[in-house]
Design a binder for this molecule. Structure first.
Ligand code: SME
Length: 153
């Protein structure tokens, strides 16, 4: 039997090739958001919220329906990810009272921190799905590596 190849295999190669030599953070975020959104049918919203100081996250490059423009870092799943600099994998957003619903169809959510080499929070990567329990530990692992491209060396 042929072992199945992870869809992330080709995706990560493509993202690495597209981002090769690029150092502009917005260019990197835009390219990654586009590639991720189009790679998986169950990624219904993909985007970055940039850490802009004053305890706020501001919308960055994204794909999908329009997202909230500002998220206070004291609020929501994105805010928790920003505060704790830890991945937030939420299988059922309805079970999280603090979840900020930008779309009524969202059922699960994965948020990853983008942290520079010196530990500074640059942004969070937010992926929303209309499917419950959409995100696996494998997603977390691959997306963490993709976030490292935005964070830079
Ligand atoms: N659900 C997020 C807000 C961002 S939107 O879903 C695009 C949260 O709770 O932080």
């Amino acid at each position: 039997m042929t072992p199945s190849v992870s869809p992330y295999h080709a995706l990560r190669q493509r993202i690495a090739a597209l981002c090769d030599g690029e150092t502009d953070t917005v260019a990197l975020m835009a390219t990654i958001a586009c590639e991720l959104y189009h790679a998986f049918d169950h990624f219904d919203w993909v985007g970055f919220y940039r850490h802009v100081g004053d305890g706020a996250l501001k919308i960055g490059p994204y794909q999908g329906g329009h997202g909230c423009l500002t998220i206070p870092s004291g609020r929501g799943v994105c805010g928790k990810c920003a505060r704790e600099q830890q991945i937030q994998n939420v299988p059922d957003v309805n079970a999280v009272p603090d979840h900020i619903a930008c779309s009524s169809t969202t059922r699960s959510e994965l948020v990853l921190p983008v942290v520079s080499a010196d530990g500074e929070l640059i942004a969070v990567l937010d992926i929303d799905s209309d499917t419950p329990h959409a995100f696996t530990v494998d997603d977390e692992r691959h997306l963490q590596a993709i976030c490292a491209i935005v964070a830079g060396p």
